[in-house]
Design a binder for this molecule. Structure first.
Ligand SMILES: NC(=O)c1ccc[n+]([C@@H]2O[C@H](COP(=O)([O-])OP(=O)(O)OC[C@H]3O[C@@H](n4cnc5c(N)ncnc54)[C@H](OP(=O)(O)O)[C@@H]3O)[C@@H](O)[C@H]2O)c1
Length: 314
């Protein structure tokens, strides 16, 4: 049956952010999801033939090799997925006339700044993951595609994915004491807020009448900033209030050097959202408000699924 809904090709459709995009998607769009193992974005021919068949209006790329530490020993694969394959999507988008939305990261910066990063600030990735994601951004710029949004984000959490919030709640149920890094500062981002921001930008792309186009690079994260230690403290406090059986009594701030990991993390990765605010007229919620919304929502969902399970058992 013919439909006048615009088609979105959602790449990485099983991932955490993709869940929120499907949830937030306005009625005017129809989402077609693609992910491993059926769809491998490093397979150039398959990417081109799939997208040529679908003829999407929008391609949203949420797919990535996101295991930051594993990227250190698998940089070639990371660069193929996060870099070269993004170029395939950009060239396909150009041929089809589609808009490309691509998600990038705070890891493209070195984290040495002490004021919020602007979109125009110099990039200097310190890790294999950051380098591979920068190759993806550059591939879009080099493709000649005009209709694109590169959206850099940070510290993502939400339903349907491994993330810091879920890890903290899980370990806080098991341990009396937690040690969390306090000298890395950034901004958490709720996937629901990022998904809403993506559709705000897309709606501008659809209806710009003048020569001024909204396309380009944007920084989107929740407002405000915190260290991982402050984030963990708030997560555990909210989870306890929501009725989680939290065992942790003490959270200790530690230094990055006391928790060595293979990939270096930016010490500071707060974004300026001025460009997003000015272009869309929207303000992204602060991180504490969104964290509270998420923790309440997940607790309600867990409670209702437990009730359903116990009804099924009867
Ligand atoms: N999570 C964060 O804190 C964070 C922060 C800043 C930016 N970002 C960026 O935000 C985006 C979404 O992140 P996320 O956390 O939602 O990611 P995610 O949950 O890891 O989802 C990524 C999806 O992409 C799939 N994928 C991997 N390689 C693929 C390939 N070659 N072809 C097709 N699909 C492939 C993955 O499949 P498998 O699971 O089978 O590998 C997974 O379903 C990514 O671009 C990421 O770089 C994330």
């Amino acid at each position: 049956m013919a439909t006048d809904r615009k088609k979105i090709a959602l790449i990485g459709a099983k991932g955490m952010l993709a869940q929120a995009i499907k949830h937030r998607c306005p009625e005017s769009y129809l989402v077609h999801g693609y992910d491993l193992p059926e769809f491998d974005m490093t397979d150039r021919e398959h990417v081109f033939s799939t997208l040529a068949d679908l003829q999407p209006d929008v391609i949203i790329n949420c797919a990535a090799f996101t295991q930051v530490d594993a990227c250190e020993t698998q940089e070639e694969l990371a660069t193929a997925v996060n870099g070269a394959a993004v170029g395939f999507l950009a060239v396909a988008a150009k041929e089809i006339g589609a808009t490309l939305v691509h998600i990038s990261t705070d890891y493209v910066f070195d984290g040495k700044k002490q004021q919020p990063y602007l979109e125009s600030d110099a990039v200097a990735p310190q890790s294999a993951y950051g380098r591979s994601k920068l190759v993806g951004e550059q591939a879009i710029a080099q493709s000649g595609l005009n209709k694109y949004f590169i959206i850099r984000t940070s510290w993502l959490y939400g339903p349907g994915g491994n993330n810091f919030v879920e890890t903290m709640i899980r370990v806080a149920r098991e341990r009396d004491e937690l040690r969390v890094v306090a000298d890395q500062v950034g901004s958490p981002t709720y996937t629901d807020d990022l998904a809403a921001a993506i559709f705000s930008l897309l709606s501008l792309g659809n209806c710009h009448p003048s020569a001024i186009t909204p396309y380009g690079t944007y920084h989107v994260s929740n407002n405000g900033s915190c260290s991982w230690y402050e984030f963990a403290t708030e997560i555990i406090s909210l989870a306890r209030k929501a009725g989680e059986p939290i065992k942790t009594q003490k959270i200790l701030p530690i230094a990055t050097e006391d928790y060595p990991l293979p990939a270096p993390r930016p010490a500071y990765s707060v974004f300026s959202k001025d460009k997003y605010n000015q272009v869309t007229g929207q303000v992204i919620p602060d991180w504490q408000t969104s964290l509270s919304t998420y923790i309440k929502a997940r607790t309600t969902k867990l409670a209702s699924s437990t009730i359903l399970e116990s009804r099924r058992d009867k």
